[in-house]
Design a protein around this ligand. Structure first.
Ligand code: ADP
Length: 606
């Protein structure tokens, strides 16, 4: 029951009125056959006893009229319930993506968290699992509950009728009947529980992992343009073998579930059959002894059929709800995940002169998933308007430091200060507004170029164009018939533009410019550019970044020369800092080594 209430609370959070509409629909659906049965009872009795024609016609009109009204009302309510179900499905998907966007980055960079999330998602591919099935199961449970309740209420007289005139109701017979019913129902419930448990174990265990792997190899690896190239050249039979092996595994598990759950209906039917038989025998006996009118027999037999169907549906819905809980128990845990970072409330002063200084004092950091310290005692003092280059081998901690400066993570030790105040004290979103960042693995969307640059559905077209021109995309833009309205990629637009890596990088740079934040952080911003475009960007670098404080990560050391200060990272530490002329003087320094390693490529060895 506790789990059921949790699932109901989830449904309510997605649509406050679903339960009301659904209950009303279930109520009318349960009442309709009972009203029809009751009117039929009177009609049949009237026909048998030869009642007046007027009475018979009015009963007939009542029967037809009420059926017409009730079935129409049912259709209307069903439509409302269906519309709300779709809304629930959409809102759940929206809620999930909102949650993912709000969560600390640490979750999304933790492979095991992503795998768990994917495993939860995979469970939805098993039938009867997910939020729409939940809404349907709750509806069928409610309807079945009303059926049983009203059915018992309407058939109650047959159990209370005294067996012979003057004698009280024969309690022994009725007690024996109900004891029999309870016994069969108890058996039913016991078998049902054993069955559900076995099926739950299969669902919760290996099936979702197999589905996950299958999804990865077949859907996300082999069927994407990126994976398809490798598959064709190296691994096609390998991926097919893996896919086949996984398919067989998944098939086995699904068969097991079907077999497991398939056993149940046969026992269930048998046990329910016994119950129905007992009740019919009881009614037949009473009808015979008390000479009940034909209409009454019709009513009792009809309602008892409804009760037994209702009982069966309650049991089926219960099985399905329990199976669905294997998904919801984990999904609801995900929805309850909180944001761990400290959220300050200080507003960030808006300064048109971009007069913000940023200082990292003795910061150290380890990723939560690995616990290995990847930044050790870092000190940085970013002065207003200066240009900084960050160099160092892969894995030396350059990107991680950017993540700390932009509060995607908080340092384990040490403090980062903006104009002398700990950055944790500022309102988080306002603080993020201070940075225009182009990460190495930036993403563009399948939307128009303008929306990609502005990162918004509404934008200032002239500003978008100016930013694109600044980063050297002007010529390309002029050749596009739809200009900044050109859609990127062909996912949603047939005439979308399939951009190259270099063009994408320019658009990402334009996006950073459009944001017009006081700090500009560029992580390998020219890695995908051809030498000519790269040269153009460097030539105009000063013009592009203006007086913004800029951090520029690059492997191309020659391109760092125009920066005021170069920070050399090595194994999570800043081992040197100074400008190019100063650093190159130290033949034992890391910078000298890196510089010479790269210079060797460009020297003429002939
Ligand atoms: P760089 O930018 O200098 O190439 P990074 O800052 O990306 O280096 O990485 C520094 C170290 O942190 C590396 O050892 C890397 O493997 C590790 N690392 C980076 N991201 C994560 C992460 N999300 N979880 C665990 N370790 C990470």
């Amino acid at each position: 029951m506790k789990n059921l209430f949790k699932m109901l609370a989830h449904l309510k959070s997605l649509d406050h009125h679903y339960m009301t509409w659904m209950s009303f629909f279930s109520l009318i659906s349960a009442l309709t056959p009972l009203i029809v049965l009751t009117l039929s009872r009177f009609l049949l009795n009237a026909l048998v006893t030869g009642a007046s024609q007027r009475y018979i016609y009015s009963l007939l009109a009542g029967l037809l009229g009420s059926s017409f009204l009730l079935y129409n009302l049912q259709a209307y309510l069903k439509l409302q319930v269906d519309i709300r179900r779709r809304r629930i499905e959409r809102r759940e998907a929206q809620g999930k993506s909102r949650k993912l966007m709000e969560l600390d980055l640490a979750f999304l960079e933790d492979e095991s968290f992503l795998t768990e999330l994917e495993e939860i998602e995979q469970k939805k591919y098993i039938s009867n699992i997910g939020v729409i099935p939940l809404a349907e199961q709750v509806e069928s449970m409610t309807q079945a509950f009303f059926n049983v309740l009203f059915g018992i209420g309407l058939s109650l007289p047959v159990f209370l009728l005294p067996l012979s005139a003057g004698s009280i109701n024969n309690p022994l017979l009725t007690v024996a009947l109900f004891a029999g019913i309870l016994l069969f129902a108890g058996f039913n419930s016991l078998l049902n529980n054993l069955n559900i448990k076995a099926a739950q174990e299969i669902v919760a265990g290996d099936l979702s992992r197999i589905n996950l792997q299958f999804g990865y190899y077949v859907m996300r690896y082999a069927s994407t343009p990126e994976g398809a190239k490798d598959v064709r050249l190296y691994t096609s039979s390998f991926v097919q073998d893996v896919a086949h092996w996984l398919y067989r595994g998944s098939h086995e598990f699904i068969l097991q579930i079907f077999k497991q759950l398939g056993k149940f209906p046969s026992y269930q039917e048998l046990l329910l059959g016994f119950n129905t038989f007992l009740i019919y025998a009881y009614i037949a006996f009473k009808a015979y002894v008390l000479k009940l009118p034909a209409g009454d027999i019709l009513l009792y037999a009809g309602t008892i059929t409804l009760v037994s169907e209702g009982l069966r549906n309650v049991l089926i819905a219960r099985t399905d709800l329990k199976l669905n809980w294997t998904y919801f128990s984990e999904y609801l845990d995900f929805t309850e995940l909180g944001v761990a970072r400290y959220e300050g409330s200080l507003p960030v002063e808006k300064r048109l002169d971009r007069s913000y200084s940023l200082k990292a004092e003795n910061i150290s950091f380890a990723y939560p998933a690995t616990k290995k310290e990847v930044l050790k005692d870092i000190n940085i003092d970013l002065q207003i308007g200066k240009k900084y280059a960050v160099v160092g081998l892969n894995g030396s901690g350059k990107t991680t430091m950017i993540k700390l400066l932009t509060r995607l993570y908080d340092p384990d030790r040490g403090t980062i200060k903006l104009n002398g105040i700990d950055i944790k004290k500022f309102a988080y979103q306002e603080y993020l507004e201070l940075f225009s960042v182009v990460f190495q693995d930036f993403k563009l969307f399948s939307l128009s170029i303008s929306q990609n640059v502005a990162c918004s559905m509404d934008y200032d077209a002239a500003k978008v164009k100016a930013c694109l021109e600044k980063v050297g995309f002007g010529e390309m833009l002029a050749s596009m018939p739809k200009g900044i309205e050109t859609c990127l990629y062909t996912d949603y637009e047939e005439d979308g533009y399939q951009i190259s890596g270099g063009e994408a990088q320019k658009i990402a740079l334009a996006r950073a410019l459009y944001k017009n934040a006081p700090f500009m952080i560029l992580d390998e911003p020219t890695a995908a550019l051809d030498p000519v475009s790269e040269f153009e960007i460097y030539k105009h670098f000063q013009e592009i970044v203006e007086d913004r404080t800029t951090i520029y990560i690059s492997h191309r050391l020659s391109s760092c020369r125009f920066c005021d200060e170069i920070l050399v990272f090595d194994d999570g530490q800043i081992v040197q800092c100074g400008n190019h002329e100063e650093l190159i003087q130290d033949p034992h320094g890391r910078y000298y080594e890196l510089w010479n390693a790269q210079a060797a490529y460009y020297e003429d060895k002939s």
